[in-house]
Design a protein around this ligand. Sequence first.
Ligand code: CUA
Length: 354
Amino acid sequence: MSAPRRGRAPNAAGWRRTVPGRLLAGGAGVAVLARCTGGPSALDPHGVRAVQIAADWWGMAIAAAAIWAGVMSLLALALLPRQRGVDQWALAEDYRETPRGGLALVVAGGIVMPVIVLGVLAFVGSRALAAQVTPASPTAFEVDVTGHQFWWEVHYPSQQITTANEIHVPVGQSVQLTLHGADVIHSFWVPQLMGKMDLIPGQTNTTWLRADAPGVYRGQCAEYCGLQHAHMAFLVIADPPDQFAAWAAAQAQPASQPTDPALQDGAQVFARQGCIGCHAIRYGAGDTGGKIGPDLTHLASRGTIAAGTLDNTRGNLGGWIMNSQALKPGNLMPPMPMDGPSLQALLTYLESLK
Ligand code: CUA
């Protein structure tokens, strides 16, 4: 066995253990945090609730760093080698043996500090919890959201709108959210706008959100709910109020009965292939179709399909219809193989549902 060589240039892993290496690694961590802007990051808030959560996060991170630095300094002090003939172990021993010296240290470090830190955390946490149910401003309307494996059903009761995987809201207005679970527990989370709230079968949870800047904010199911939990996303689209009103007016309209023969063909494929058993396309008064899958009355107005998994393009839609199991295994939609002309007619019809 060869003796360890001294003075050897450290390898990559060894180098990271050096002081400059650690500083650089820490710097890289800060750089990663700085990158948390632009994506669906809770540290890039665009709504009043998320601003509060981000402030709490930074406060806790800074406090934790300060406590860590304090503890590490004490540890370093204790581990310093003997210097100039001073025996620190003997000094520590002397201190411990002075009346009350050890006790004071235990009370300060073991009782006073934790009570202060946990007290502040409890206050911050309770404030964040209270904010979940107390809107910052009166809510403009209600949006009813039901979590399914693996998609989001969305209703606007007062506007008579039914959609899926997309929630439009007017900028600057608080919106009440009423949350249900259809099958298992899901969790509604829009990191840039709000914290998480579970959707629980048999229970109604309420919360709210407010977007303070226009934009498209990605939301995500935040409770593991099955194989495609990760592909259970949605979009919150914050529009200026007039744009939101135009969207709401269009969504409240029923689908128009196809008069074009090509579209009529597609509607027939929709019925013949059995799509209608699970999906509704609403024409006027009576609902047409099933309620198991997303409502398709305004499918073509949505940006994505399969709960944020794919862009809503003709090609993706075709692939999804023919074999959605290849794209999102375990979702409830069975493969729907059909001949080319039928598929093209169906796609043309679906793309007309604006
Ligand atoms: Cu729904 Cu995870």
